[in-house]
Write a protein that binds this ligand. Structure first.
Ligand SMILES: NC(=O)c1ccc[n+]([C@@H]2O[C@H](COP(=O)([O-])OP(=O)(O)OC[C@H]3O[C@@H](n4cnc5c(N)ncnc54)[C@H](O)[C@@H]3O)[C@@H](O)[C@H]2O)c1
Length: 439
């Protein structure tokens, strides 16, 4: 395939060398004449393990050259990969000036081209950038709408500097963001021979994925380092601790706890986080990331409260009171906190939880309810139907199987449904106003 690569920095130079090695004919484009000259002399414009040999080989074999001329690159290739920088402005805002400029260059060149062309944006950009910035610039400078002789995909890059060539040939996955109309078969062809799962998703999902991955990597490093700082002070070997954390592929290194949903609670997580961060404070160990977890969780409860308030309705039915389905444990349940906030704001509240029935409860949990939250226990309804008949806003708070009955429930036209756990995502009955807490 004939491919042009706009931006010959770390990502562009590595992609150019690797795609050429895989048999494609690559034309690199950069506004920096020095980088163009380096490539044409068979030299790498960047320092990276293995890149010098790779570039000198593919240039010598005639499969890679470079030009500063965008028009030449668009005319001579069928697919263009955009790898220009998207640096931070001093205030942290994403600087899209290089991307805007290259989109104009490509759009102008496309205005002179009649055969089908594919633009693949690979620079890291926030969700909405391709649809709201890149495509409008391409359309206005080309004079034709996307779909009329050219199409646009987003294809995030997962390589790491230092191991980028190995990462290019063995990425964790290949992701193509598509508008849903155009099939990215040509992108599949581009990565032929690269053994990785190939996922086609909406463009915004692909854009968000890149940030989610990098934020997660940064979070993991900070987590390990904060655990390490506390462990060191407490005489525990942090490497052994974290090796064992990673050995648990059921709850730790797994999908568990990584699905956007409602706040955590219960008798362990909040208590243990408090104990750990309190001990760190006693030891003068600063752990800002661990210390911010409980405040972040509280924000999530307030988010749910905000969605209820946003409906403008006053009669609220809360389905679920325990912190998760399958237990009647109400200690530190975020749903108890939400109920208290709703009561505090004057909402008329009824609650149903199939496992929290005062007549059947015994022991510590009954004592907790009667002593700590008697005002809430008085609002418990005896059956799901009683809450559904009463409420203008129904809030699904945990994943009790009983609540799945709502899939076929006939809601009144005025009722709203707020799903804190994703139980009815994509399955809510037609006509009811459905709100997810973070989807
Ligand atoms: N560096 C990494 O490890 C890495 C990994 C994954 C994703 N990314 C993302 O990939 C993108 C590129 O990163 P990088 O580190 O390669 O950037 P870089 O700054 O090293 O290279 C960008 C190149 O684009 C060129 N350029 C700017 N405007 C141009 C234009 N109009 N036409 C042609 N070339 C132009 C610049 O001269 C420069 O050579 C960024 O969005 C980055 O966030 C980087």
């Amino acid at each position: 395939m004939k491919v042009s690569i706009f931006g010959l920095g770390y990502v562009g130079a590595v992609s150019a060398g690797c795609l050429a090695k895989n048999g494609h004919h690559v034309l690199g484009v950069d506004t920096h004449q020095g980088k163009v000259d380096h490539i044409n002399a068979g030299e790498s414009p960047i320092i990276e393990d293995g890149i010098s040999n790779l570039i000198s080989t593919v240039v010598r074999e005639g499969r890679l050259r470079a030009t500063p001329d965008a028009g030449e690159a668009i005319a001579e290739t069928e697919l263009s990969i955009v790898c220009v920088g998207t640096p931070s402005a001093p205030n942290g805002k994403l600087d899209l000036s290089y991307l805007a400029s290259v989109s104009r260059d490509i759009g102008c060149a496309l205005s002179k081209k009649r055969s089908l062309h594919t633009v693949v944006v690979r620079s890291t950009v926030l969700p909405g950038t391709v649809e709201e910035q890149v495509i409008p610039i391409l359309e206005s400078s080309c004079g034709r709408k996307v779909g009329d002789g050219y199409r646009v995909f987003y294809n995030p890059e997962f390589l790491r500097e230092g191991t980028s060539i190995a990462d290019f040939f063995a990425p964790p996955m290949t992701i193509v963001g598509s508008n849903g109309v155009d099939l990215p078969d040509i992108v599949r062809e581009l990565y032929k021979g690269i053994d990785a799962p190939f996922n086609v998703v909406p463009i915004r999902v692909a854009e968000m994925l890149k940030y989610s991955s990098n934020a997660f990597h940064a979070l993991k490093i900070s987590f390990a380092n904060e655990i390490g700082r506390v462990a060191k002070k407490l005489g525990a070997d942090s490497h052994l601790v974290m090796d064992l954390v990673c050995q648990d592929t059921k709850l730790n290194i797994s999908k568990a706890y990584l699905r956007p949903g409602f706040a955590f609670g219960g008798s362990c997580l909040p208590k243990d986080l408090r104990a750990l961060t309190y001990r760190a404070r006693e030891l003068d160990v600063n752990v800002p990331m661990l210390a911010s977890i409980v405040p972040s969780n509280n924000v999530h409860v307030d988010e749910a409260l905000g969605i209820v308030r946003g409906t403008g309705k006053r009669k609220v039915g809360l389905l679920g009171l325990s912190f998760k389905a399958g237990t009647d444990d109400l200690r530190e349940s975020p749903l108890v906190t939400l109920a208290e906030k709703l009561i505090g704001k004057g909402f008329d509240l009824r609650i149903f939880d199939p496992l929290v029935n005062l007549d059947r409860l015994v022991g510590a949990n009954k004592t907790y309810i009667l002593r700590e939250i008697p005002h809430i226990s008085r609002l418990m309804a005896p059956a799901l139907s009683a809450v559904l008949d009463f409420a203008e806003v129904i809030v699904i708070g945990n994943t009790s199987q009983e609540f799945k009955a709502l899939e076929t429930h006939k809601f009144h036209s005025e009722q709203a449904l707020i799903d804190l756990v994703g139980l009815l995502k994509g399955k809510a009955p037609q006509g009811v106003a459905y709100h997810g807490v973070c989807w």
